[in-house]
Design a binder for this molecule. Structure first.
Ligand SMILES: Nc1nc2c(ncn2[C@@H]2O[C@H](COP(=O)(O)OP(=O)(O)O)[C@@H](O)[C@H]2O)c(=O)[nH]1
Ligand SMILES: [Mg+2]
Length: 357
């Protein structure tokens, strides 16, 4: 209910006070504005011209839970697809406090200074609770926020990672159609969201700190395995010596990992996001990775594999939510769970029964 009223034109109309809403001429005005809502076709043609207002509007449709909006969103995405697929997509992960936001600011500013158009997105399924903690600290991105060639969008909210990831993937397509050639996707170094982000990007960057053990940094082995580069951040001041040591250690450790399908040897770098040092070197690494993976065809293969993965993932998510959202299932599930508690059935018998309903 609250969602519906939030997306209503009444709330969007600036300068319309509550008392004005009751006034007849205002109602006509609002009705006209409703009619003036751009069609999917209009949105598409504005997006491919690089119109940011149209882009934001389309993303809002993608993120909406209203079925009508989703239908329109699908039309817009379809229309944008021929203009998409053109960017370099970079995933960025690391534990809170490692300096992701500061890094994105520095990296984004560098990229725009060499003529790139940068979009910054995020995947954080927990952000619906914390109201978009990730990327929320726009104070760390003061310059990028004001930059004409940068577009920053906080994580879509949602209670399932699948839903959040879908919205972000579709937003990538819209941003690409709007002319953004470098897309950065931030994720927090906890839970499953790295895997989701890894399966929507070309290049995966792990930010780390020197001097803290892996357990301390909460980074799992799997995440190191996904990384195409590890940047040891805060390599400045008193920290520099430890950072240099960490670099040697990481390089040694990475050689013990099995070769990646891309046949790319992950690189370890030092950087100071705060002092904007090591940023250019990292961009060189990304470029050399792209060259490498395009030369051996991995780049395209990987994107195809990712699309297949998301097709299956989407079906899985849909079947699951369709199943669990049925009232008969909800009620029956409650009963079966009770029977399990009372040891009156087995999980397999109960599952079989529910699936047959
Ligand atoms: N010394 C130093 N501090 C940094 C660096 N990068 C980030 N920080 C600081 O680390 C803190 C956390 O940074 P933030 O970008 O918010 O980290 P996030 O949680 O990963 O997004 C902030 O106080 C930053 O100023 C760096 O390269 N060197
Ligand atoms: Mg941050």
């Amino acid at each position: 209910m609250t969602k519906k009223s939030k997306s209503s034109a009444l709330q969007h109309k600036e300068g319309v006070s509550q008392s004005e809403i009751t006034n007849a001429s205002s109602i006509t005005k609002i009705q006209q504005q409703r009619k003036a809502k751009p069609t999917a076709q209009e949105l598409i043609s504005q997006i491919i011209k690089g119109n940011i207002t149209a882009l934001s509007r389309a993303i809002t449709l993608v993120e909406s839970s209203n079925l009508k909006h989703l239908e329109q969103a699908n039309d817009v995405i379809k229309g944008c697809l021929p203009y998409a697929n053109t960017s370099i997509r970079i995933g960025i992960t690391g534990v809170p406090g490692v300096g992701k936001s500061t890094f994105i600011e520095a990296f984004g500013m560098h990229l725009t200074s060499i003529g790139k158009k940068v979009a910054v997105l995020a995947v954080d399924p927990s952000s619906s609770l914390s109201k978009g903690s990730i990327l929320g600290d726009k104070t760390r991105m003061e310059d990028l926020v004001k930059n004409q060639n940068a577009f920053i969008r906080p994580s879509p909210s949602g209670n399932s990672l699948g839903g959040v990831a879908r919205k972000t993937r579709e937003t990538i397509i819209l941003c690409e159609a709007a002319g953004f050639d470098t897309i950065m996707i931030e994720t927090v170094g906890v839970g499953q969201s790295e895997i989701a982000v890894h399966s929507m990007v070309d290049f995966f960057l792990l930010l780390k700190l020197a001097g803290a053990g892996d357990e301390l940094q909460g980074i799992k082995r799997g995440i190191i395995e996904m990384a195409d580069a590890i940047a040891i951040n805060k390599a400045d001041g008193d920290n520099l010596k430890a950072a240099k040591l960490a670099k040697v250690e990481f390089n040694r450790a990475l050689h013990l990992y099995p070769q990646k399908n891309s046949e790319w040897q992950p690189k370890v770098l030092l950087c100071s996001a705060l002092n904007r040092e090591g940023i250019e070197d990292l961009w060189k690494v990304v470029r050399s990775y792209i060259e490498h993976s395009k030369a051996n065809n991995y780049f395209d293969q990987n994107r195809t594999e990712q699309n297949k993965f998301w097709l299956l993932q989407t079906i899985e998510d849909r079947l699951k939510s369709d199943f669990f959202n049925q009232t008969t299932i909800k009620d029956a599930l409650k009963r079966q769970l009770q029977l399990i508690e009372d040891s009156k059935t087995t999980p397999f018998v109960a599952a079989e029964y529910l699936l047959n309903l």
